[in-house]
Design a protein around this ligand. Sequence first.
Ligand code: PHE
Length: 449
Amino acid sequence: MSSNRDGFSSTFGVLAATLGSAVGLGNIWKFPYLTGSNGGAGFLLVYLLATLLVGLPVMIAEIAIGRAARGDAVSAFERLRPGRGWGMIGVMGLLAALLIMAFYSEVAGWVFAYVAKAAAGGLLSSDPKLLSDAFGALVADPVSALMWQWVVLALVGGILSFGVSRGIEAVTKRLMPILFLLLVLICVRGLTLPGASAGLAFLFSPDFSKITPAVVLVAVGLAFFKLSIGMGTMVTYGSYFRADQNIPMTATRVMLADLTVSMLAGIAIFPAVFAFGFKPEAGPSLVFITIPAVFAGMPGGAFFMVAFFVLTAFAALGAMLSIVEVPVAVIAERFGLKRWQAALISVGVIGAVGSLAALSGSLTADWKLFGLNPFDLFDFVSSNLLLPAGGILIALFVGHSWGRGAWLRELSNDGALANQALAGALFVLVRWVSPVLIALVMLKGLGAF
Ligand code: PHE
């Protein structure tokens, strides 16, 4: 194995960076808004099942593939099983990375804009109309939409140029614990608001009539998006894992921590949504109109609101670094370019395509395909089509091409770990259960039968 490859420098660094990839706008923005617009507790339940039954096994598979091959998202598959076309999984992953970044960088841009707004002392209100107008104005202004997106992309490109261990690790590992504490604080505040219990009921007592096949597909898509799987991010990060890292254990910890952050975000937001009379199905604006209201009547609220958006910005950054790392690694390794050159190319292409998403509240609002504007289209195609399809192919690759022997060897660190039974059970899951389940959900969710 090439020993001069840049990698994560410590076991804790691996955990922190992998968690930094998983935790992001998916937890703070997407999870609450999808749970809100898909009926609450029932959706949450399906999401949990999807995370356990398909998310975790696919995540373990990706990391194992990456570490065994020590290659980027395309070459890892080619290295393990040459000449069979499996590299196409990575190519699909590149497309998913592009589409996800196209809208993700815009949402991150909104977060940055909110840091500025909050710091300037605006937003401290619990009036639904005022808050949704403030958000609406930001989204509808093409100049600020583009400007914030480009600020975000410049930052991501800059950090990636510094390389894996110095750039990614340094940024992510310091900030996650603070975000966690701040979320706990917001939860406490939300739960003590009058009328908070309606929010808890929404989040925890399921109404199964809301669970349609299309909703199940959204939940599976969210499970993939949350764990950063289905597009080679975890293959790429797996390639930086240390040889003595316990892969199933690390993946399980990341999954649990990620889930905890999502649940905290849900508990921070829904009690407040109901207490202030907002609409849970508000869509992408949900977090941006609810959080300021929570802080509005709170001692030190102005300070905490700035802190919240700053930390959310960093969480988004950690996730974006891992998304853009996929094309950067492929471009740099394949074409022998320097990392900064690969980062510049990646960010440039993302900015060009992403502009369409950034302008979805203004100039491109009527550019619709299947009834979706560019922002919604990129989100739907990546989360609900490309990631699950990538998951199917990764599972098939492991189960039917890479094989059981290689799988057991990789998961046990060449026999050093006594986890044969666990790894064997996971193999059955990955070989049969995950691909069939994902395929059924996709076909049914898209109305194929
Ligand atoms: N998991 C990240 C989040 O929740 C998003 C992500 C998706 C990152 C796919 C990498 C790959 O914000």
